[in-house]
Structure formats: structure tokens, C-alpha cells
Design a protein around this ligand. Structure first.
Ligand SMILES: *Cc1c(COP(=O)(O)O)cnc(C)c1O
Length: 459
């Protein structure tokens, strides 16, 4: 299995190389040269299996010979052993034909743990084999950073630097990043917003001298290994609800388009998914794009669902690549236009996107009202991101079972949840001392040179 860039000019890589590299050298994102499919019989065979067994069946065709079957099974087992629920991704029912996929039972209480815990295991295995050392630099709107730090803390072949927007992450998110005491963990509070952090990381990857010098590796949501790990729970959920004999739809609270893109891959692999619904908060570039065909940047407004506060959605480039039939040159040209504000998607590609993705947005009022009513109607306490999803899903309910992804635990956003519902969401007992641990953080100007200097000095 080879991986090619969405912009068409970077060299093709193996799974291991694509995972360790992150962003391609032509600025594009890696995608598999072709997407393997599973037969209906193979999907039917997943019924009743453990999460780990399904994970192996779904991901194995993508990893080539990077790991042996036995080793890959072992890495999967280790990745999910620290989860607080035996099912890993349990499904609960909210209403007739509407289900919630709880993806928040990992060590940092958000779905990012599904990918990051596995990526941590895979990096460690690959690096200890080669003897290399890498510097992981990532940008986060809150959850990626804590998940990355949790996955890489204490590993001997990795330094991890996480850039987060100062003052714009929740206290739980911040503490999850600033309280680990391992010396290979570096939390950097940047004076800017998430897009500034993301842009700084992109610029570091495009600075080839710096990239070589510090052996830069990326684990942001553009990392193919992360997208792949997220494909798995679409299978476990759909099979629980009757796939492959029955279609299932999904609504996904969306920011960088990684999670919903994983759903698209599941569909391409043969999982009978009817609708894939993109749910945004009022930072709605994706919803506007799907409604109008124009991908146009606007400023970011902070919301109570901060992990979805984005101006530009990085994984959307992968969807564009497929919409343009794999034409990297066109994708590269459109991404260039984005620098000056945006671009129009051409008719054929727009049609494909509209056929594949539905969308909706939730205002702050919608989100709060949903946290409150969902608690009253079903007993489920939603985090604000999951509430955006449930709100949007309600407009798409029908004869096909709908699964809304619950992307974080309510205790990760206790203030917003309490404000909306009056209910205090306690942290699970295993992390109850989070507020007592000392914090360690470096405040840095929103300036590429300053950030690079801090990184060089620390490694
Ligand atoms: C990251 C995140 C999202 C958005 O996921 P994308 O893959 O970036 O679309 C939604 N909700 C929560 C809680 C998150 O952490």
C-alpha cells in the first residue's frame, strides 16, 4: 500500500513513512493510492467481536508490511487498554432511531484518544526499530494537544511540543496539557487563535532546514494514521445496528474534518452508510461550503464548543482531492487561492461533495438548549460539541438509524455544561486530582521565529 499527496508532486510513501512525516513536502496531505474494500461477509463477521478485533480487521489492509500481524494486534491492544469502558466506543440510545456513540472513555476524555493512543504505540514501535528520535510539534484547539501529550509522555525517542491558543481552551483541557511532569512534554501557550497555531505548525513543516534539523514529525489531524484509527468506530457502531444488512447514518461534530473524513473512508471501504452529516457551530465554513460551493475564510468566533472553532478545515483538502477525481494540480491551485481568501469548487466536484455530505449548524443558543433538553429527555449529559451534533442530527432523522458521535465527555467542559443544564459533570475518579497538580507552560508570541527558537533550545 502506497500513500500519495493530495497536491500530486511529493513522492509516494509507505504507511510508516506517511505516518512519521505527517504533512507532504508539496504541502499536501497523504491519502492511500487506492482504498481497500471489505466484503459484506467480512463486515458481517465483525458482529459480536471486540473493538480490538474490529480495529485489526479494518486497519490491517492499510498498513502494508509496517508491522507484522502479531505486532499490530499487540499495539492495538496496548492502545485501548487504558480506556475506561470495556466496549471502548459504547452506543447508547437517545430517542427512537437516534443513537449516541460515546467516544469519550479514553484517558483525556475526547475521541482524539482513539487515534492518538494508537499513534503513540505505532511511533514508539517504529522509532525503537530504527533508533531515530523525532520532535513532534502540534497545534491544538484543546483536545488534540492533551491527547498527544498523554500518548507520548515519557517516551524515550520523542519530544512533544503542543501549541495552543492562550486563554481559549477550557481549564480541564489546559491542565491536561500543563500538568504532565515528564521532561519530553512541552506545552506552549501562543498569543493567537487556533488558526495561528495551525499556521505556525504548517510553516515549520514547510521550512525544510528546520524540519531536518529537529527531525520534525506531525500528529495533527492531518496525519493519515490518525484518520485511519478513526475509521474503526464507524464499523463497530454500524455493525451493532445491523450493518451490512441495514444502512446507518452518522452525524459528526466537525472542525478539521478528520473525524467525518474517516466516515467517508469507511463508506468507501464498503460500509453501508446512508448520510454523513457535517455538524458545525457558528464557525460554519464547512456548512457554508456545502450550501454554496464556495470555500471562503471568515474570522473565528470563540464558542462554547472550542474544539470546533476553526477558520480553515485542514482535512477538507482530502475530500476535495477525491471530489476532483485525484487531480492534485487542481487541489494545489485551489489551496493556493485559499491564501487570498477562498475559492469556488467547480461544478462536478461540488456535485460529488453534495451527494456525499449533508450539513447543518448550531448556534450557541441551539447548543445550550440541546444540552438541557437531552438531559431531560434521555438522561444523557452532552458536552457542547456533542450537543451541536445532536441538534443537527435531529433535522436529519428518518427511517435509517442515525448515530451522532459524542466527541468529548461533559466533564471536559464543566462550565458550559453547568450553565446550560444546571448539572455539574464530575471528572471520572481516575483523574479527580487534575485541579491539584502543578502546571508547567511557556507563553510564546505568535511569531514563527520565536516558536522555532523555543523548540531548538528545548530539544
Ligand atoms: C477535535 C474535536 C472535534 C472536531 O473533530 P475534527 O476531526 O477536527 O472535525 C469535535 N469535538 C471535539 C470534542 C474535538 O476534540
Amino acid at each position: 500500500m502506497r500513500y500519495i499527496s493530495t497536491r500530486g508532486t511529493a513522492p509516494a510513501l509507505t504507511f510508516e513513512e506517511a505516518m512519521l512525516t505527517g504533512l507532504a513536502r508539496d504541502g499536501g496531505l497523504y491519502v492511500p493510492e487506492n482504498i481497500p474494500t471489505l466484503t459484506a461477509a467480512q463486515i458481517a463477521d465483525m458482529a459480536g467481536k471486540s473493538y480490538e478485533d474490529v480495529a485489526f480487521a479494518v486497519m490491517r489492509p492499510f498498513i502494508g508490511d509496517t508491522f507484522s500481524d502479531a505486532q499490530f494486534r499487540e499495539l492495538i491492544a496496548k492502545a485501548y487498554a487504558g480506556f475506561g469502558h470495556a466496549a471502548r466506543a459504547p452506543l447508547v440510545q437517545l430517542a427512537p432511531n437516534h443513537f449516541l456513540l460515546e467516544l469519550f472513555h479514553g484517558p483525556t476524555l475526547a475521541f482524539k484518544d482513539f487515534a492518538m493512543q494508537l499513534i503513540g504505540q505505532m511511533f514508539q514501535a517504529a522509532l525503537s526499530r530504527s533508533g531515530d528520535r523525532v520532535t513532534i510539534v502540534g497545534a491544538t484547539s484543546g483536545d488534540t494537544g492533551s491527547a498527544a501529550i498523554e500518548a507520548f509522555r515519557g517516551l524515550s525517542n520523542v519530544d512533544v511540543f503542543i501549541l495552543f491558543p492562550h486563554g481559549r481552551v477550557s481549564e480541564v483541557q489546559r491542565r491536561q496539557m500543563t500538568t504532565p511532569s515528564e521532561s519530553n512534554v512541552h506545552a506552549l501557550a501562543v498569543d493567537g487563535d487556533f488558526d495561528d497555531c495551525q499556521a505556525a505548525v504548517k510553516d515549520m513543516f514547510n521550512d525544510f532546514a528546520f524540519r531536518e534539523d529537529v527531525k520534525l514529525a506531525g500528529v495533527n489531524s492531518i496525519n493519515w494514521g490518525r484518520v485511519l484509527a478513526q475509521v474503526v468506530y464507524y464499523f463497530t457502531a454500524a455493525v451493532s445496528l445491523g450493518a451490512p444488512h441495514r444502512e446507518v447514518s452518522f452525524t459528526v461534530p466537525t472542525g478539521n474534518f478528520g473525524d467525518i473524513f474517516a466516515g467517508y473512508i469507511a463508506k468507501k471501504m464498503g460500509l453501508p452508510i446512508a448520510d454523513l452529516v457535517v455538524a458545525t457551530n457558528r464557525n460554519d465554513i464547512l456548512h457554508r461550503t456545502l450550501e454554496t460551493g464556495a470555500y471562503t475564510k471568515e474570522g473565528v468566533t470563540p464558542t462554547i464548543s472550542p474544539s470546533m472553532d476553526i477558520q480553515v478545515s485542514s482535512n477538507f483538502e482530502r475530500a476535495l482531492f477525491y471530489a476532483y477525481g485525484g487531480d492534485g494540480a487542481t487541489v494545489a491551485a485551489q489551496m493556493d487561492d485559499l491564501k487570498s481568501g477562498g475559492f469556488e469548487i467547480s461544478q462536478g466536484a461540488y456535485q460529488m461533495l453534495q451527494d456525499t455530505f449533508k450539513s447543518g449548524r448550531a448556534s450557541e443558543e441551539d447548543t445550550k438548549a440541546m444540552i438541557k433538553s437531552c438531559r431531560a429527555d434521555s438522561g444523557e449529559l452532552l458536552c457542547p460539541h456533542s450537543a451541536v451534533g445532536v441538534h443537527v442530527a435531529q433535522a436529519h432523522l428518518g427511517a435509517t438509524p442515525m448515530v451522532t458521535l459524542a466527541t468529548a465527555h461533559p466533564a471536559k467542559f464543566p462550565d458550559a455544561v453547568k450553565d446550560a443544564s444546571g448539572v455539574v459533570a464530575p471528572l471520572p475518579p481516575r483523574m479527580a486530582d487534575l485541579y491539584d497538580r502543578p502546571e508547567r507552560v511557556t507563553r510564546v508570541a505568535n511569531d514563527l521565529a520565536a516558536l522555532q527558537a523555543v523548540i531548538k533550545e528545548r530539544i
